[in-house]
Design a protein around this ligand. Sequence first.
Ligand code: ACO
Length: 432
Amino acid sequence: MAKDTVSVTDNVTGKTIELPIYHGTLGPGAVDIGKFFREFGYVTFDPGFVSTASCRSSITYIDGEKGQLLYRGYPIEQLAEKSSFLEVAYLMLHSELPSQDEQQAFLEKITRHTMINESLKSFYQGFNHDAHPMAIMVGVVGSLSAFYHDSTDIRNPEHREIAAHRLIAKMPTIAAACYKHSIGEPFIYPQNALSYCGNLLNMMFSMPCESYEVDPVAQKALDMIFILHADHEQNASTSTIRLAGSSAANPFACVASGIAALWGPAHGGANEAVLHMLDEIGDVKNIPKFLEKAKDKEDPFRLMGFGHRIYKNFDPRATLIRKMCHEVLSKLGDENDPLFELALKLEEIALQDDYFKQRQLYPNVDFYSGIIYKVLGIPTNMFTVMFAIARTVGWVAQWMEMIGDPDQRIARPRQLYEGPVMRDYVEFSKRS
Ligand code: ACO
């Protein structure tokens, strides 16, 4: 029972009710408005969920003022420096870091699930070669439930676990196949001896006719980017997955819905949009013109990779990615890469501009990730696919947490209706 309460008075009727306030371990308390409608007959109105906690969660914590991101309590900076993507995946799914034996067993399970059903490969042939890889990915992931019925009973914990492993393990294979299809090259089978990211790079860039060595710098950079993207509490795609999952839809269908939500340029699609924007800006001398466009309310142009609903000082992931950009460019590219220089200059100029300062708009995770992907040879239309691979870990962990929550019910938001009041049908002959 919550000790703290907030009193709410309806000034029309004079009725007052006490609403409990729940306190988590960190972050703002939450007022339980569950009885609001029953008591007052009003619904609450919060477009974009600016003040609404849609669930309880113990996975990820963000402090937007401090620029802090924790996975299961561990700071993102420590995980990025010391952990690996699959260790983070284990942490997300099991709440604790794995022991050495647990880690080994988990790696074996993920490695053993990387193949996709052979028939699934023919599914790709139905897509035109120029289809966007995200469009293919939504379709292919959605179709997984047709191939893996034996892990779709969401009330069975073993099914849930196998589905989670399958999704995390198969996502790189599916993604690489999207890429190979788009360039007309044969699919490359996964190699169990390679790491998670090494395997992805191999499936994307090797060819049956010649040998390919995974670059250790590229593999490490990708692994770290994936750690940074693994989860981000109740963002648009994760909330989509929880909403879809609340109806007891199977996890493959839920993750397909998350991929679709991620694709939007206001969310994960921003990494691709940043590169297009930098190409369009083209030169440092054009930055002021584009900043004016971003500030002009009549102009739909926004500075892509800038701004975040929660982070109001800096995005800790952007800080880590910017640092990694220097490292990757010095080892694999050119630290004076004109695109990177343009991005750095754009950040510098925007951060001095009153418009961006007043609205607390800072570079987000997507601002620099595309530059690293580009140096790794990953084409622009695959950037959001990369994001989807990494975020699958968070999606699956959040989905599992939701299924295990005793308070979980079908999600069914209310609305403020502003349409016509009831009226009679007008016969066609009487309409002019
Ligand atoms: N460029 C110019 N102005 C911006 C930008 C931007 N990138 N972002 C926000 N603003 C302005 C808005 O116009 C608004 O101004 P106003 O108060 O004068 O009306 C103010 O800042 C607040 O912006 P909102 O859109 O209300 O903020 P919200 O929290 O709803 O949106 C979002 C956050 C979607 C990230 C937004 O900042 C944006 O569109 N950024 C560009 C796209 C992007 O980088 N998305 C990736 C986000 S991170 C991720 O999903 C992985």
